[in-house]
Ligand binder design. Sequence first.
Ligand SMILES: *Cc1c(COP(=O)(O)O)cnc(C)c1O
Length: 377
Amino acid sequence: MEKLIMTPGPTYIKENVRMAMSKAITNPDLDLEFYEFYKNICEKLKKILHTKNTTLVLDGEGILGLDAACASLIETGDKVLCIENGIFGYGFGDFAKIYGGDVHYIHGDKRKGLNFNEIEEYLKEKHDFKVATLVHCETPSAMTNPIKEICKLLKKYNIITVVDAVSSIGGEEVYVDDWNIDVVLGGSQKCISAAPGLSFLSISDEALEVIENRKEPVRGFYTNLGIWKGWYENKWFPYTQPISALYGFDRALDNLLEDKNVTERHRVYAEACRRAFVECGLELFAKDSFSNTVSAIMVPEGVNYSDVFNKMQKEHNILIAGGFDFLKDKLIRIGHMGENCYEDKLYVTLEALNTVLKELGFKLNKDLHIVFKNSIK
Ligand SMILES: *Cc1c(COP(=O)(O)O)cnc(C)c1O
């Protein structure tokens, strides 16, 4: 049996994506057909993100998108509002600081979605920020933040909105234009179910203008989004494109676009997972704003996370994830994103977790996989 990778990214990669990565390559700088191919990928991303904004794929894992957005938009002393309720949200502020940002924080409850009213009240008092950063799905704690309302609010104060949606795009709807997101970032290895190594983003005209009118040069080359200007018209890429990774990514985008039911599928299986955990006597880490792409439960009393992880891997050939940073050893996380979000894979995973928890002495009220199956609506 092939190892089941049920982590919240990287996710399983379908055979047609693996095959696409093994295709013969061309010279992406000199072959004009490749410019059309890359442009076509950008068009597919516009569809997925519901936007008319410029889209790009960068040759580096999801973090490169975050880094590039901060490097390109922030100059020394710029006021940045970091709205956070988790590890990635908080970390966004550190990226802003690297580029000289004067970072102010709104700290949310770590177990609840960002609170619109609190942010609204804060902004009434203080709103002279150039940029605000926030995270759509906080993967480490399995929560999805209400970015639609928050970004629309930030825009009323003319603040540039930068959203990390690495673990939600492809599993939850993201309406970039309607929600007023200036820069949204995604990664290839989460719900898109392509190989790790690419990040993608959309950039509004307003954000592009800010980049163009900087006083200081961007402190980096790879992270400078300005270097992409005119790439199609001039048939010039800033660096040689990762052609094989892009072949796979393109196929994965097709898989996603062909799946008309994709967000509904994520919602249904995520809800069934949560119901199984709760009915069996486990505790979800989040109190509200549950993610549809990843679930996080507390490691039950008397059980060691590393025992769960090791038994899942050694005895069931399934890789799951735990918590990190302040959540280290406290959580069990299961990804139900992209190609992992199917009944058969989740059933097998929950059946194995059921066995493992019982063997480790935890008494479940019912069987996880049975409740899961019965909860699929
Ligand atoms: C996965 C992920 C990233 C990319 O980070 P890695 O840990 O390098 O994979 C960024 N933001 C969020 C919210 C993510 O889930």
